[in-house]
Design a protein around this ligand. Sequence first.
Ligand code: AMP
Length: 279
Amino acid sequence: MWAISTMNILFSNHSLTNYRKSLSKSLAFVPTMGALHQGHLSLVEEAKKSCENVIVSIFVNPLQFNNPDDLNKYPRMIQKDLELLKHAGVNAVFLPSYETIYPPNQEFNIQLSNNSIESVFEGHFRPGHFNGVIQVLHRFFSLISPHEVYFGQKDLQQCMVVKILIDEYFKEIKFNIVETKRENSGLAMSSRNMRLTNDEINVANQIYQSLLLLKNEENYSQLACELEIKRLSILGLKTEYLNYVNLPNMEITSIKNGNQAIVYAGFLGNIRLIDNLLL
Ligand code: AMP
């Protein structure tokens, strides 16, 4: 274990367990894959409001990447991340190796019984993605035993999956969703944005404009979504999906009823971007 001033940096399960045992007050957990930005830090900020201690993990989880190129090119900048977390007043950072999370002699096959949303939208376009998310989070929650966990609305479907994981396996953990942090242009902050050129950022900004336009539509019609998909495609965005959905089940809808969202995913070149707005 290292300590940067008052921030503990934990590499092993052993140091994590010792750290956990040393705490008498509440602990919030914020899982991340690093390359941190203000969106991640807003989760830390919210976590600090309700818990005395905040632990952040940085682990690029290979199991949740269906595309090896995306995994290889995922930005990694650990020193900068640690500085940001220290500045944000985080108490501990968990930096496990692959073997620490997935010991070779153990099997990882946690399943949700309520699993219909695992195969739609993100699950459809990224086969196996949510299974990877479930394995890593089950492992983290078991090792860390946090009182609360914080996730970003940016990954809305992930939030719905985590809610089910908590309901089925970790009822004692309080689940929190933090709203999406955006650039002034409206572009949702993402670690992948740093791979975009300035011209591409101008195009990516249009995703938020489409979501806003659809949010203000009188009727939630698929035709309106199709028109926006067409507009974005002329700009160079290859949309995978743009739909009105009911929450929490992520079923496509055309009827306004309150607990709903518009969800987007698409490619700009080889960079995949997602966003959503609650309705
Ligand atoms: P990631 O490092 O991409 O796995 O994200 C770690 C956490 O940060 C997840 O709960 C994300 O939903 C959340 N997050 C990512 N981007 C944003 C953002 N722009 N605003 C708020 N939360 C975010």
